[in-house]
Design a protein around this ligand. Structure first.
Ligand SMILES: [Zn+2]
Length: 100
């Protein structure tokens, strides 16, 4: 299995292809999303999934409850976001695809 460094041309080409096919990837850089993320983490500083297991773990990611699937209104719907720790974020990414 080839492994690409983050600076290799192959890696960059792959990234560019992904951004073309999934334009909503750039939404994560928008001021709207940054504001949502900031508010969510301030309001809900602990991971929601961990809380269901009775644990308190600091959240570092904001995730969508319902995958937005490229729908801006769903992407920016505050009620559709939740705080997750790094572990649960990774679990979600594996199960739902990147950046759902
Ligand atoms: Zn968690």
């Amino acid at each position: 299995m080839p492994s690409y460094g983050t600076n290799s041309a192959a890696y960059r080409a792959q990234r560019q292809r992904a951004e073309r096919e999934q334009p909503w990837r750039t939404w994560y850089k928008s001021p709207t999303w940054k504001a949502i993320k900031r508010h969510r983490l301030a309001q809900e500083p602990s991971c929601r999934d961990c809380a269901q297991d009775g644990r308190t773990v600091v959240a570092v990611h904001v995730d969508h409850v319902e995958p937005h699937l490229g729908e801006w209104s769903l992407f920016t719907k505050y009620e559709n976001t939740r705080s997750l720790c790094a572990r649960h974020r990774n679990l979600r990414r594996r199960g739902w695809g990147p950046d759902c």
